[in-house]
Design a protein around this ligand. Sequence first.
Ligand SMILES: [Zn+2]
Ligand SMILES: [Zn+2]
Length: 233
Amino acid sequence: MRVDCFASGSGGNCYRLSDGETDILIECGIPKYKILSDIGYKVGRISGVLISHEHGDHAISAKDMIGWGLDVYASAGTFKALGLSGYHCKPAAHGEVFSVGTFSICPFDVQHDAAEPLGFVITSRVTRERVLFFTDTYYVKYVFRDVDIIMGECNYSLKTLRDDLPMNRRDRLFESHMSLEHFLDLLDSYPQVKKIYLLHLSDDNSDAEMFRREVQKKTGAQVYVCAAQGGFT
Ligand SMILES: [Zn+2]
Ligand SMILES: [Zn+2]
């Protein structure tokens, strides 16, 4: 399974997942021109776009994806919040499995201040690998079987929180984003995981090297930290 990061964080998110036969995008929260150059101008290679929720850093180019003729998969609540409808809007719901090319995808509900946010469990029928994707949620209430790869938000740590962070922003962070401490707890359920991609690190309240070290120490998995402007740090 190949994972590419085109952008990650509150400034925008976009990832590509490929099992060699099917390429999908997860999130389209960056300008369409950047997506186009990141995919090498090969829109026809993309089989679909998954969107977790309506916030701009995840969905700003959703309408453009539809304009390109791509099928977009998101919850009914997300489509409503984005004001999008029509043939290329494919409503996804918690627990209802669907296929995109050789991927089988199971959406699940997450905890965030958005209309109806989703995470995704994505299984390739080609490589037999299973990816757990979640972002913008302060915890994940389900445990999934046979996960090989985790792509998950690791936004801040209690150790790296800025002292001068206003109380209201602090409260919002605690109720809408994943901390390193919660991420490490979640890993208790996935001792077999082989690769971990840390997503959506906070600009102000994170420490990429420390996060990588802590996650690596806990699991022995290969750990990649997604960079804000794309690629890995
Ligand atoms: Zn976000
Ligand atoms: Zn959000």
